[in-house]
Design a binder for this molecule. Structure first.
Ligand code: C2E
Ligand code: CA
Ligand code: CA
Length: 412
């Protein structure tokens, strides 16, 4: 074998690696053909012949174990080496479920290789042996090792069923105007009313809904539910001041081509003007690329307001703000909760409010829990507040009762 800058060259008949050796790298065939054999010595049997563009030797690298086959150059070969690091870094960055599935597949493949080897050496293999070998792959002890992953798979399935079973619901948290102390709008917050798990908060399921793309049908369901509820809230409460409704939009929904159409049609159906609807996207999402800026532009063109949620936590550059067509900022509660005791957080919030004013953005302070926080934020010139000081998120009927003055504020 000889080597040039990034390729390894093997002569005809040369062994590239042997069964039982530790695997340090995988190979891509750039020139020539390679035979893969299982079993040792004269008893070994060819199981595949690979050609240009084929990838091999990855199994031992993926699960950090020994080679389960031997690779031999059938003719002069040029191979590109793919190092363990190149592969393992990617695997480590992968979703744990994908990692789990890969390791299951490798085990299954190894087992089938072992079965074929026994078949070729003994000529016969009993059915019970094949059965044993296959069932080993999904042994309970192996699943237990991956308890977290298994829990996640179960939760994913439960979430999918929950949408079919109509177990999701929406709560609404009032947003108040600092100037007159009255309710100006609401944020729609998803809840999962699970028969087994009770009322589940969104932090526990929104991430998974997003990873699995369930967020797209769930988001569409939410839009219809929330706009319909919004029309009912306005009608039933006969509230005198203008109101808005905020809807959270997750990153995967930027690619949902039907979302804007659905929003517009539903607004039209229930007599809601798009300007009464704020779409909340988190500051973090801006880092995903230029398409997010275009998405915001489209939303504004269609008449919707856009709020930058969790502002201050996304580490995005402030220079973004000048080119961004958002019209609201929501200061994250991690800042708000520190403004009373931490002078630095107080200065940051004060500066955000001042900067927002000069950029003509309204500011919503999130997570306001105390009167002291309220006073400071009002003095800074914040536009709106949202927090337990006034009310937690409420079911629609409780919200209507609150608006009509039938229920005391800070209801459960
Ligand atoms: P978020 O968008 O930042 O929503 C505000 C969260 O702060 C809500 O939590 C709300 O209940 C909570 N909160 C409001 N005031 C206070 C307060 O004074 N003190 C404290 N400690 N918390 C307060 P929730 O409802 O658990 O939602 C958590 C997150 O889940 C939301 O954070 C949002 O990122 C996500 N989420 C909720 N509903 C949806 C949805 O329909 N779509 C999407 N994409 N995400 C959603
Ligand atoms: Ca939000
Ligand atoms: Ca937020």
């Amino acid at each position: 074998m000889s080597k040039n800058a990034h390729k390894k060259i093997y002569g005809k008949g040369e062994v590239i690696f042997r069964e039982g050796e530790k695997g340090h790298c995988a190979y891509l065939i750039d020139h020539g053909r390679v035979e893969i054999r299982i079993g040792r010595g004269a008893e070994s049997t060819p199981i595949a012949v690979l050609g240009v563009g084929d990838f091999f030797g990855e199994m031992a690298v993926l699960d950090n174990s020994f080679r389960s086959a031997t690779a031999v150059a059938l003719e002069p070969c040029e191979l590109v080496e793919v190092s363990k690091n190149q592969i393992s870094e990617r695997i480590e960055d992968t979703d744990p479920i994908v990692r789990f599935l890969i390791s299951m597949l490798i085990n299954r493949l190894r087992d089938s290789l072992r079965v074929s080897e026994e078949l070729t050496t003994s000529g016969v293999i009993s059915v019970s042996k094949v059965g044993h070998s296959v069932s080993k792959v999904v042994k309970l002890s192996e699943l237990k090792k991956n308890k977290e992953v298994v829990e996640k798979i179960k939760l994913e399935k439960a979430l999918k069923d929950a949408l079919d079973e109509d177990e999701f619901m929406v709560h609404y948290q009032p947003i108040l105007d600092f100037k007159n102390g009255g309710v100006s709008g609401f944020e729609a917050l998803m809840r999962w009313n699970s028969p087994e798990r009770g009322m589940v908060r969104p932090d526990l399921f929104m991430g998974i809904a997003e990873e699995t793309s369930l967020i797209v049908p769930l988001g569409q369901w939410l839009v219809k539910q929330v706009i319909r509820d919004f029309a009912k809230i306005k009608k039933q409460s006969a509230y005198k001041r203008p109101l808005f409704m905020s809807i959270n939009i997750a990153a995967k929904q930027f690619h949902d081509k039907n979302l804007f159409k659905l929003l517009s049609q539903t607004c039209q159906q229930y007599g809601i003007h798009p300007k009464e609807v704020k779409l909340e996207i988190t500051e973090r999402e801006l880092l995903r690329g230029a398409f997010v800026f275009d998405w915001i532009k489209n939303a504004r063109k269609m008449g919707f307001s856009v709020a930058l949620d969790d502002f201050g936590t996304g580490f995005s550059s402030l220079s973004y703000l000048a080119n961004l067509e958002v019209n609201n900022l929501k200061i994250d509660k991690s800042f708000v909760e520190k403004i009373v005791n931490d002078p630095k957080s107080r200065s940051i919030v004060k500066s955000i409010v001042e900067m927002s004013k000069s950029l003509d953005l309204t500011v919503i302070a999130e997570g306001v829990e105390t009167q002291q926080e309220w006073n400071l934020l009002r003095d800074f010139g914040c536009t709106y507040m949202q927090g337990y000081l006034y009310s937690k998120p409420l079911a629609m009927n409780d919200l209507v009762a609150l608006l009509t003055g039938q229920k005391k504020k800070r209801a459960a």
